[in-house]
Design a protein around this ligand. Structure first.
Ligand code: SF4
Length: 342
């Protein structure tokens, strides 16, 4: 399979985009870039990569940073568990590995938030170790060139694609081979409208020959979406505002928001006013409904109830802060959107 590798590396050298994390073999920087790029587009992730490598130039700097600062720097990128994992992992590397990023695949794989793909990426890009990356791009490229109809989200599919990716891997140049196949999926063999006419593999691509291209890769099950109904109580007077920290293991853990009442289903506005809000002893002056906020597995329907004074009642984990201090607390993109419009 060496010809596959030679061809794709040759294509990569001619076509690749210049991306800052490709100019380094510093495992810490590569790890940062990989975690930032999970669920994030390259253009959006770029500024965060520059911010994190500048603000935390070594893994020890990140370990010693305050979690709130790390979450603040992450703000806008979503999936905050990634930032918490980064911070927690930096501390583990500081403690268990003396601040030196681990260099063995099995050790890298043990780090929090690091799965098979990320471990293979760090091991190959930083240390040139022969582990093939298998991400969405690789699934797509291989399923098309070899016209594989095994679902990629099945155990069988994971095993088959990992085996094939490792068979194809150039063991002498795993770093460039892995970069090449991912780049090929990102800019040539794209999810829709792949550029087959100019493709170096168009003569051997079985999905193109068999006219199954639009059906590759195959997925077994679609993700089940959960609807959630959030009612935020936005209390503020002339100088102060009440915010609350999310402490449960859930979306946006450790971020701040307004005191929240979550309901199982959509609830009539009048019922909400009469039965629930009245118990607080204050009448809302206004309410704002946000358009559906979409996360990968959840849709959030948020209503913000505005009060122009502070309640007597205490809310768990709530604090009263000055309004102008709000920007120093990490908040979700959804709360940010709401604040942009009030
Ligand atoms: S011919 Fe088209 S589908 Fe096949 S690998 Fe090339 S770009 Fe992808």
């Amino acid at each position: 399979m060496i010809d596959f590798s030679l061809q794709i590396i040759d294509w990569y050298r001619r076509t690749k985009r210049n991306l800052p994390w490709r100019d380094t073999n510093n495992p810490y920087f590569i790890w940062l870039s990989e975690i930032i790029l999970q669920q994030t587009k390259v253009n959006q992730g770029m500024n965060y990569y520059f911010k994190f490598t500048k603000n935390y130039p070594t893994v020890i700097d990140l370990a010693n940073a305050d979690e709130q600062c790390v979450l603040n720097d992450w703000q806008g990128l979503g999936y905050y568990s990634r930032a918490r994992n980064l911070h927690a992992t930096a501390k583990i590397i500081q403690k268990q590995y003396n601040g030196v990023f681990p260099s063995r695949y099995d050790e890298i794989l043990k780090l929090k938030g690091v799965g098979n793909y990320t471990a293979a990426a760090i091991a190959s890009f930083a240390y040139n170790l022969p582990y093939a990356v298998v991400d969405g791009n690789v699934f797509r490229v291989l399923s098309r060139i070899f016209d594989i109809d095994t679902p990629i989200d099945s155990n069988e599919g994971q095993k088959a694609f990992t085996y094939l990716a490792n068979e194809l891997l150039d063991k002498n140049n795993p770093s460039e081979h892995n970069q090449a196949i991912m780049e090929f999926g990102a800019i040539q063999c794209t999810p829709s409208n792949p550029d087959c006419t100019s493709c170096i593999f168009n003569e051997r691509c079985l999905a193109l020959r068999n006219n199954t291209l639009s059906e590759r890769p195959i997925k077994k099950g679609k993700i089940k979406i959960k609807n959630r109904y959030f009612h935020y109580l936005h209390f503020e007077d002339q100088d102060s505002i009440i915010i609350q920290k999310r402490t449960k293991k859930d979306i946006w853990q450790h971020l701040f928001e307004f005191p929240l009442i979550e309901k199982e289903s959509e609830i009539d506005e009048e019922i909400m006013r009469n039965e629930i809000l009245e118990k607080i002893g204050l009448k809302p002056t206004n309410l704002t409904k946000l358009p559906k906020h979409i996360l990968s597995h959840q849709h959030i329907y948020a209503t913000f109830w505005n009060f122009n004074s502070l309640p007597k009642e205490d809310f768990i984990n709530a604090i009263i802060i000055k309004k102008n201090e709000l920007s120093s607390y990490p908040i979700s993109r959804m709360i940010d959107k709401y604040l942009e419009n009030v």
